[in-house]
Design a protein around this ligand. Structure first.
Ligand code: HEM
Ligand code: SF4
Ligand code: SF4
Length: 499
């Protein structure tokens, strides 16, 4: 996955890499579907004799607008399935589905069901041969379930029995199911702070242009009017939505139900199955060191820190509280807390918010020990994270290494501490690739803290030429290594010039 993303980064640049915006593209295609659907709906006529001719009118008489809108509606719906499946695969492959992320994952599984329901329902609305095939097959499939006293398929045997009420029902469903989807999309990202729901403008424009060109050259067409007396044959299937139907031709309804239920169940329980991704214990607040400044609330990517009125009688108005089942243990809040400052005198100090398995004083002790052993002309502190290129492999006689759950766990004061208390020559900061932080906002917050655009800021006394950033995923390890060499060389050259 990271290799593929690297290739796309080379082609599009990380700002326009579609794989970094799959969720946002999902939202975008949803809006394209909503706008094009609203247009078609204005001309669509509900009724057994009316639906097909009205869709034909939109497609042929009004091809320049109605026809394009119909095609945009269809291709944006296909694109929605494509980005949804890629998004699911990406979150799974990169391990962003377990722990507190179960909420986004499980609501995502519900979204799959609703999106397929809306798409298949859309195909029925046309009432052409494909709609006839999809409707009858669905009804036969549902008849397998022991929920209806009389088989539903009886209502579809002849054109006479099929009534306009059925069309009113499906056109009502085609508006209400997408409203549910919208509601569920909102729930899906509810526990995410600053979710990216809009792709970059150029990416959105490129996608719309692609859909438009496709609509112009390969317009969406109906496949002849439905006739309940003739079984439809030689149909063109939309494989994005209707792949289940050919399966129903070769398997029994029970087997297809077993497959659908099995896949849904497996996907739903995925966050709780054993995996290679381990999570350290969640963040903890230490009230005696919390001033209620809210910096941790502002930086937590998962809305896992909230404020409540002070409970310990101290003169501050609020205190921070961690909502444990939302916390992914990234440590970004620790990097935001002003009391994480390593210049504090206490031997064993506490930050207002701490990762219990990696306390700030423990980190300072480790850092002190690692920096104290450094020898050589140019001494470096290299900081990185658990989810990107492995910085630990670059530890050497002249390079000390700090590997954190997320680079943004490092308070900027640690950089000053290494430069001024330990006289290292340079600090190199690494972590996930830009726009692809495993913990969503770590790279962005680190950039903003280092450029003094965000609290806690790196103070101006930290010489910028002694600090270098290089964002690198695991396939970029060699690049990180050579960047470190070039940083050392430039520092060495700088010392010579200064002398
Ligand atoms: C078309 C439907 C979907 C849309 C539009 C959508 C959209 C989004 C968006 C915008 C985000 C926030 C991204 C960010 O800012 O970091 C997100 C996160 C997420 N989505 Fe979806 N999603 C969809 C379906 C799914 C499905 C089917 C799954 C998996 C079953 C899924 C799993 C997740 C997970 C696990 C996250 C959280 C990632 C994290 O915590 O880092 N989504 N989704
Ligand atoms: S470790 Fe801190 S920043 Fe990360 S999710 Fe938990 S509370 Fe939020
Ligand atoms: S950043 Fe630290 S001091 Fe500020 S509210 Fe959070 S825990 Fe308290």
């Amino acid at each position: 996955m990271l290799g593929l993303e690297g290739i796309l980064n080379k082609i599009f640049g990380s700002d326009l890499n579609p794989l970094y915006y799959l969720g946002a593209l999902g939202f975008y295609f949803f809006w394209v579907i909503a706008v094009s659907g609203a247009y078609i709906y204005a001309f669509y006529k509900t009724g057994i004799e009316l639906s097909y001719p009205s869709v034909e009118y939109i497609t042929h008489e009004q091809w320049y607008l109605g026809g394009i809108m119909r095609s945009l509606h269809r291709y944006a719906s296909d694109a929605l399935v494509l980005v949804m499946v890629l998004h699911l695969l990406r979150e799974y492959i990169l391990g962003r589905y377990h722990g507190a992320r179960w909420f986004a994952w499980v609501t995502g599984v519900l979204l799959i069901w609703l999106i397929f329901a809306a798409g298949i329902n859309g195909y029925w609305m046309v009432w052409d041969k494909l709609a006839q095939y999809a409707t009858v097959t669905t009804v036969e499939w549902f008849d397998w379930l022991p929920i209806f006293s009389e088989p539903m398929s009886r209502s579809f045997l002849t054109q006479d029995v099929l009534n306009d009420r059925f069309f009113s029902l499906i056109s009502f469903a085609h508006v209400t199911v997408p409203l549910f989807i919208l509601f569920l999309l909102w729930v899906h990202i509810m526990r995410i702070s600053k979710p990216v729901v809009n792709p970059r403008r150029r990416l959105a424009a490129g996608m719309l242009l692609a859909l438009f060109v496709l609509s112009l050259f390969v317009p969406a067409l109906s496949q002849g009017p439905a006739d309940m007396l003739i079984e439809p044959r030689n149909l063109n299937i939309d494989w994005f939505y209707l792949f289940i139907y050919p399966l129903l031709d070769i398997w029994t309804a029970g087997q297809v139900w077993a497959m659908v239920a099995g896949v849904s169940l497996l996907l739903t329980v995925m966050p709780w199955l054993p995996s290679r991704f381990r999570q350290i214990p969640v963040a903890e607040v230490h009230l005696q060191d919390c001033s209620g400044c809210r910096l941790c609330v502002a930086d937590c990517p998962y809305e896992a820190v909230v404020m409540r009125p002070r409970s310990d009688g101290m003169h501050f108005t609020e205190e921070a509280v961690v909502v444990a089942d939302r916390c992914v243990s990234c440590g970004i809040c620790v990097g935001a807390c002003p009391s994480s400052n390593p210049f504090r005198g206490e031997e064993s100090y506490l930050s207002g918010i701490e990762m219990p398995s990696m306390t700030m004083s423990g980190l300072r002790n480790r850092l002190n020990a690692d920096l104290a052993r450094l020898v050589g002309d140019v001494k470096i502190l290299l900081v990185g994270c658990d989810n990107a290129a492995d910085v630990a492999r670059l530890r050497s006689a002249s390079v000390a290494v700090l590997r954190l759950p997320c680079t943004a766990m490092l308070p900027p004061s640690f950089i000053e501490y290494a430069l001024h208390e330990h006289h290292v020559d340079g600090v190199m900061i690494s972590g996930c690739r830009e726009n692809d932080c495993y913990h969503r906002l770590g790279v962005l917050w680190t950039e903003q803290r280092l450029t003094a655009k965000r609290e806690p800021r790196l103070r101006s006394r930290a010489e910028r030429r002694r600090i270098r950033k290089f964002w690198a995923a695991s396939p970029d390890f060699k690049k990180l290594e050579s960047e470190l060499e070039s940083f050392c060389a430039s520092l060495k050259q700088g010392e010579v010039v200064e002398k």
